[in-house]
Design a protein around this ligand. Structure first.
Ligand code: 1BN
Ligand code: ZN
Length: 333
């Protein structure tokens, strides 16, 4: 995290779905310089400084209310909090107008023994069953020394996914079906992301299970959301992601905000990898710069609600909704 922060959420103004936003600070625009050892690197633009007039299409405040409810307790697979998180997600999806909500339960061996998992899939039907998936992991990483609620990782993405579902469910004449996947078991049970003693992987349990059982859900592309709520939003150019998808999202961000809101290139292992292995195009929209310079709140007790901003949820949600028709046009025939 040597490039400094991309977006400072200085104004904490409430966003609503009908408001237009005008950038205040065109004067302090575009490229700043940051000292990085001896080197000086240009800073990526701050979104709030480059964004032109843009129309919000999701309600970041409402998404944040779901995030807050998800952060009441940890969501570690195999615990009662995990079961309550599932109930909450299903109730919120139903209240958002999503009428088909499927459970996809499975049980598998993990470093802590056999664990019950459950992917939750909200289906918004189109004319064809071929569809685009939007995913977020709802499990939180297991820590034994403190209660880890994973506000950014990834309650933020789940709250936004419910809100995106609300917007998409309100429109019924789409060609493609939308699959909202609340993915279980992304996090490793071991401290580090890696393999179990028998060589099987200790992470991405839910996404690997989904990809192996897709008969009912013909997903043609995946848009994955992870860690999208940081006040200081900086989406990375995730290098495993399908280049065409990254190009589409970047182009849309330029249309909406006047500049790409994607920063440093970074390889992130996440729930999109099983989809890519199955040759399903996928993009990981993730902000991996979480915390002050040189320090990360990622997988620490600092990953709490006070680090988040509804404005970041609003920006990412607006970007997803604006890019989705392009994704569908390319991948759903
Ligand atoms: C993302 C959020 N990840 C886990 N929580 C995936 C990841 C694992 C990212 C290891 C970087 C390293
Ligand atoms: Zn994590």
């Amino acid at each position: 995290m040597t490039e400094g922060s991309l977006v400072n959420d200085r104004s904490r103004s409430t966003m609503t779905s009908s408001r237009f936003h005008l950038s205040l600070s065109v004067a302090v625009l575009v490229f700043g310089l940051v000292a990085c050892g001896e080197e000086k690197k240009p800073l990526p633009p701050k979104v709030e400084e480059v964004e032109k007039e843009w129309k919000s299409t999701v309600d970041g405040e409402r998404a944040m209310q779901t995030v807050i409810r998800l952060c009441k307790e940890p969501r570690v697979p195999g615990t009662p909090g995990h079961v309550r998180a599932q109930q909450l997600i299903k109730a919120e999806l139903a209240a958002a107008g999503v009428t088909q909500i499927d459970d996809q339960p499975f049980e598998t061996k993990t470093p802590i023994g056999m664990v019950k998992f459950n992917n939750i899939i909200g289906v918004i039907p189109g004319k064809t069953k071929d569809g685009i998936a939007i995913g977020a992991h709802y499990d939180s990483k297991r820590f034994t020394d403190f209660p880890f609620v994973g506000a950014n990782d990834a309650a933020s993405a789940c709250g936004l996914l419910v809100e995106i579902g609300r917007q998409l469910a309100a429109k019924t004449d789409r060609k493609e079906t939308i699959y909202l996947i609340f993915i279980d078991g992304e996090e490793a049970f071991n401290e580090d992301w890696g393999s179990q003693e028998d060589g099987t992987e200790d992470h991405t349990y839910g996404s690997r299970h989904f990809v192996k059982n897709m008969e009912k859900y013909p997903v043609k592309a995946l848009v994955l959301l992870d860690m999208v709520g940081d006040k200081d939003l900086q989406l990375v150019r995730e290098t495993n992601s399908t280049p065409e998808l990254l190009a589409m999202f970047e182009a849309t961000s330029k249309e909406i905000y006047g500049k790409s809101i994607f920063g440093a290139r970074m390889d992130v292992q996440d729930d999109h990898i099983p989809f890519l292995r199955a040759e399903i195009p996928a993009i990981d929209l993730i902000d991996f710069h979480f915390g002050p310079d040189g320090k990360t709140h990622w997988h620490t007790k600092e990953d709490t609600l006070d680090k988040l901003s509804p404005k970041s949820l609003d920006r990412v949600g607006t970007l997803v909704l604006a890019t989705l028709p392009k994704v569908a046009a390319k991948y759903v025939k």
